[in-house]
Structure formats: structure tokens, C-alpha cells
Design a protein around this ligand. Sequence first.
Ligand SMILES: NC(=O)c1ccc[n+]([C@@H]2O[C@H](COP(=O)([O-])OP(=O)(O)OC[C@H]3O[C@@H](n4cnc5c(N)ncnc54)[C@H](OP(=O)(O)O)[C@@H]3O)[C@@H](O)[C@H]2O)c1
Length: 273
Amino acid sequence: MGDNDLGDTATTRSVVITGGAVGLGRAMAQRFHALGHQVLVCSRTQRELDALAAELPGTKVLRADVSLDTDRRALVAAAGEFGADVWINNAAIVRAHDYRSSFTLDNDRARDELEINFAAPLELIRLFLQHRRTAGIEGAPATIVNVNTPGALFPLEANLLYCATKAGLHLFTEALRRQLAGTQVGVVEIFPPSLDTRLARDLEVVGQSDNGDQVIREVGDACVEGILAGTKVVLPHPAAAMMYEMFANTFEDEFIDQINASVQRRPGWDAEG
Ligand SMILES: NC(=O)c1ccc[n+]([C@@H]2O[C@H](COP(=O)([O-])OP(=O)(O)OC[C@H]3O[C@@H](n4cnc5c(N)ncnc54)[C@H](OP(=O)(O)O)[C@@H]3O)[C@@H](O)[C@H]2O)c1
């Protein structure tokens, strides 16, 4: 039994995967599809979306850039019509940056990294929850999934913006889980291992993993299993589990409860705009 029980595992889910046309997102799409669930995938490359739609009949695809507000709203609207009850923030990019050189946020895709990896999941979650309230389906079970990386848990020097965006996403995910406790929305975080995907090749760092398609598929399968079980923290590979054990904070929940109890909203906070 997981932490957020989506209900019986035989029920068909409607799953949105950002950046699901290739890599780990594609592997999850393949697995959800094989299990008979409905899948809606977005990315920026129509050719790859078309290939996925041909490979997985019935899968919906939408060309959308999650860093753009108009595209995010179009994606959430499409997800609403689709009846989405599992939302997976998977899209991410990575680059190497050097603060001793003259790069700026606007060259070298640095700002894109902040927008795609950090701002986009936060905003998509807000819009997804807002849609559920507007549609009057707050009482229906749903799961929000953020795909993270063990690199969120320790300083990753060459890819420091990637590391920072994912570290921010990690704490946001943990805080969101606390805020949504007691609602019908469960929050899942996934820590994949190093995989030989396009993203890994963009790391611009030597010595990265060269594990192939078979491992990506197995990790995708394990991610889907964890999501459907409502496991809070999905560690789909022993290497990722080992890093999580080494680097994740180990504070007792009760200690965090005490701190949070002392940090409350002031009365009338919502009226101040
Ligand atoms: N690979 C690893 O070693 C590794 C390890 C740990 C965690 N992860 C995490 O796993 C997730 C998936 O990574 P991956 O390795 O599968 O990467 P990938 O193969 O590069 O796939 C990333 C997907 O995201 C899409 N994407 C990127 N920017 C987007 C945007 N602005 N809007 C919409 N879609 C966008 C890409 O398509 P377009 O470029 O066509 O938009 C692509 O479909 C990421 O969150 C990553 O941080 C990966």
C-alpha cells in the first residue's frame, strides 16, 4: 500500500507527461500505455511526438513548450478535456555553466534551464490544481509527480544551475506534499539514476553513464509502478537509491512538523492581494 492510494490499480488512469516523447518520459509513456492507461504527452519537437503517437496508438500528443505561459495554459486545458488524474513533470534540460566565464542568463540557455526545470513544474501544478477546483473535481483522487535527480541533493559543480533548479524543486515538492496532505492529491517524487538519454549527453561532462535503452525501459517501468502505488519517493534503480540514502536529508517528520507549526499565515493573508 502506498502513501497516496490512487484506488485499485485496475482503474484506467489519464496520465500527462511533460517531455514524454523521448528518454525516460517515453519509457514511462510506453509502460502506462502497455498497462492500458491513457497517455497525453507534450514536448517541443513535433517529429518526436508524431513518432510516439504512431508507436503507441491512442496516445495523445501536444506540441507545447512548458517554459511559455500560453503553452502551459493550452496543455492544462487539453489535460482537463482528457480527464488527467496523474500529472508528471518530467521535462528538463541541462547545461554546464561556469561563473568564472562571461556567460549570462540569456545566452547558453541558462534562463531556459531555470524556466523549464523549476518555474514550469511549479506553474503547471498551480494551473492543474486550479483547473480541478474550477471543474469541481477536487474530490477525485489525483497524483502529481515531479521527476528529480540525485543531483538535487548534493553540489553538482559543472551543472550548478541544473543542480540548483532541481534542489529547489525537491524542497518545493516536499513542502507541497505537506500542504496537500488531507486532500485527494498525492505528491510523488522520482529520483532516476544516470541514464544515457539526450539530457545526459547534454551534461557536457565526461564520465557519465553509458547504460542503454534496456535500463531506460526498466527504470521507466519501475517509475510507473511507484507512481501507481502512490509511493512518496520513487527510487527506481539501486544506484539512485544509494545516492538518495547518502545525500537526502534525514530530519524526523515530527521536527519539521514543529517548525511548520510555528510558521503560520497571518489572519487575512489572502485578502491582501
Ligand atoms: N538522464 C539522466 O541521467 C537523468 C538522471 C536523473 C534524472 N533525470 C531526469 O529525468 C527527466 C527526463 O530526462 P531524460 O534524461 O529522459 O531527458 P531527455 O531524453 O532529454 O528528454 C527530455 C524531454 O523533455 C522535453 N523538453 C525539454 N524542454 C522542454 C520544454 N521547454 N517544453 C516541453 N518539453 C521539453 C524534450 O523534448 P524537446 O526538447 O523536443 O522539447 C524531451 O522530450 C528530467 O527531469 C531529468 O532531470 C535524468
